[in-house]
Ligand binder design. Structure first.
Ligand code: FEO
Ligand code: CA
Ligand code: CA
Length: 632
């Protein structure tokens, strides 16, 4: 495989390379099982449809009924234009782009070299994803994840389109992590406040503290830290969370793709293989300049990644904390809600085909204005088990339930713990968001072409099941659960599917989507998800933009708005070519909504945002109503 081809692989395709089909005998058994339930599989699709929005007692209105018409804008059509489109009466502008300097003594973005290690460390990172805005007095501090880099773009100055020397690697590492920036509005337009004391870059080389049950465990001890209580750097920070005590949660997702082995004969331990770690990295070549990414020399190093990282955005000198109590997996986001009794509940997805949905419940209680600093260090970790009858339970992960040696080990090998209790394999859990108007939560299950085809990386069965009812699921769905007793701390819940995405212009079966999907609002691969303060749910997509075949007529990735009461879904925004739309934030006055445009031109066909023949750059954009009214 050429490097260029490797570079074009998505994270999930990369996982496929790490997780080839199982041995013949197991595979045959599974195929046999699937074919035996072929009929049942068909019925399952219909059976699950009975748990689609509107057909259970959980929802008051039928899908497609426009209820109160709370989505007060004219939907935009799909688009293949290399720009952003928003409805009439709204407008957008750029706030910050990859490579923009955060201080006045840092160089401007150089489109020829595309930066150096030194310039990138002083500039906004690449591929912005989850974000949150913290209002501090009259200041607006935006914390933004910089998930990864597209090698073909940031190394576009190199013939190989890959890092070729140590400084190239340093540039890549500095383009990852988190950017904390002060932004300010001038004549209505938001921009970075250069030299703000709040501006900070957290990168793959920043000091981190490891806290919670796994801190100090032997599996976290490395050459650099014999105590197992610190680590260097955070990377592949995907979705995010925020706490009511004013901190930011950056979630480490595809951390595996950065590790490699200089010993190509190394027997990869099962514990690393489960997380997709193997002999080769994904083209980042970090081990070329930083030996800790060589697993043959530093086998415990990958155990220090894959966590939720808590950051104080208002204290640039604070050390980010990796909260191991929240488990180690490919974290998408961390949706934090405070249960009725004050305990903190964090819902989290593990975004890989056939992985699981988790929940953390703190031991301590949140007290407004109190000391909540370490609430995320002790509590219970649960994984979701869905029944096909619309009910479900959260199964606690302890040494007793999993057979594992300690809570520390469960915090590090969380996937294995969840497999041990028979958790429900899901179609790639992406963002989770809770409804501020009702005790319920939603999770985007983005897609899973392996559903019903092959097991997950741990060998768990992935036959169709209630919330994941379609084999070879190209389109994705959004599952919703209502905790028993309207208590997010409860151990049981009921669930339904808010929407099954699909293409009703191509299919007439379950792949057409649920009743609230129409030729006018269709989409694929829901990923980003956030409720605004008015109870509208915003859905962002990271799917196929081929605009043909199964995806004919769906155009570029987009953002939609949904009314959770009625099931109505309307397209609000379309993105430029080859991007995904990801990340949400709102200004303190709710008159600006911030949205992320990630990896425009990842395959070479975009010049967003600057047009002409410019280098495409991931960008945070601001969306406002022309009449100045609130937007969410
Ligand atoms: Fe980084 Fe699962 O998206
Ligand atoms: Ca995502
Ligand atoms: Ca995605």
């Amino acid at each position: 495989m050429s490097h260029a081809t490797k570079d074009e692989l998505s994270f999930d395709e990369f996982d496929e390379l790490r997780n080839p089909p199982p041995a013949e005998t197991d595979f045959s058994r599974m195929v046999d099982r699937i074919s035996r339930r072929g009929m049942l599989g068909g019925l399952m699709a219909f059976g699950a449809a009975s748990f689609v929005l509107g057909s259970t007692a959980m929802t008051p209105a039928q899908a497609g009924h426009h209820g109160g018409g709370r989505l007060g804008f004219k939907a935009v059509p799909t688009s293949t234009a290399d720009t952003i489109t928003v409805p009439e009466g709204f407008s957008w502008h750029n706030v910050v782009r990859w490579g923009e300097p955060l201080t006045s003594d840092a160089p401007d973005f150089d489109p020829v070299t595309r930066g150096t290690g030194a310039s990138q460390a002083l500039a906004f990172g690449d591929n912005n994803d989850g974000m949150a805005l913290f209002a501090h007095g009259d200041k607006s501090i935006l914390a933004v994840n910089n998930e990864y880099t597209n090698r073909s773009i940031i190394y576009g100055n190199r013939e190989t389109k890959l890092p070729e020397n140590a400084d190239d690697v340093n540039k890549g590492k500095a383009a990852h992590g988190v950017s904390v920036i002060e932004i300010k509005q001038t004549n209505g337009k938001w921009a970075v406040v250069k030299n703000s004391p709040y501006n900070r870059r957290i990168t793959a080389d920043s000091d981190m503290e490891i806290t919670g049950p796994a801190a100090g465990h032997d599996l976290l001890k490395t050459a650099a830290d014999a105590t197992g209580r610190s680590s260097k750097g955070t990377w592949n920070n995907c979705g995010n969370g925020r706490t009511p005590w004013g901190t930011y949660l950056a979630c480490e997702e595809n951390f595996n793709g950065y590790f490699s082995s200089s010993d190509k004969e190394l027997d990869i331990p099962a514990e690393l293989a489960r997380y997709g770690i193997g002999h080769d990295d994904w083209g980042y070549a970090w081990a070329m300049a930083d030996e800790r990414f060589d697993i043959s020399k530093h086998p415990n190093e990958p155990n220090r990644a894959g966590y939720v990282v808590e950051i104080d955005p208002l204290d640039p000198s604070s050390t980010p904390k990796k909260r191991t109590a929240l488990g180690r997996f490919k974290h998408e986001n961390a949706e934090l809600v405070v249960a009725g009794d004050g305990r903190v509940v964090v819902y989290m997805g593990d975004d890989e085909r056939g992985e699981f949905l988790y929940k953390f419940v703190s031991d301590g209680k949140y007290v407004a204005g109190g000391d909540n600093a370490d609430l995320l260090d002790s509590g219970s970790l649960y994984v979701a088990k869905f029944s096909d009858d619309g009910q479900g339970e959260w199964v606690i992960l302890t040494p007793e339930t999993t057979g594992m040696a300690s809570q520390a080990e469960i915090s590090i090998h969380t996937r294995q713990a969840a497999s041990a209790v028979g958790a429900t394999t899901m179609d790639r859990p992406e963002w989770i968001s809770s409804n501020p108007s009702r005790v319920e939560a939603y999770c985007c299950l983005t897609n899973n072409k392996n559903r019903g085809v092959k097991p997950n990386a741990g060998g768990d069965d992935t036959s169709v099941n209630g919330p994941n009812p379609r084999e070879k699921n190209n389109y994705g769905q959004i599952v919703r659960w209502i905790p028993t007793g309207a208590d997010h701390g409860a151990n049981t819940f009921s669930w339904d599917l808010f929407v099954m995405a699909g293409n009703p212009t191509v299919h007439s079966d379950a792949y057409a989507g649920s009743a609230n999907v129409t030729p006018e609002n269709m989409f694929n691969s829901p990923d980003g998800l956030a409720f605004d303060s008015t109870g509208i749910m915003w859905i962002q997509t990271d799917g196929s933009y081929s605009n043909e075949g199964d995806f004919a007529g769906q155009g570029n990735n987009m953002m939609l708005a949904a009314d959770p009461e009625t099931g109505e879904i309307k397209r609000f925004l379309t993105g430029p070519n080859e991007c995904e739309i990801t990340g949400f934030a709102w200004s303190a006055d709710r008159r600006t909504m911030f949205v992320g445009v990630q990896h425009p031109g990842e395959r070479g066909d975009s010049h967003f945002p600057d047009g002409g023949d410019s280098v495409p750059r991931s960008t945070v954009v601001a969306i406002q109503r022309d009449d100045g009214a609130k937007i969410g």
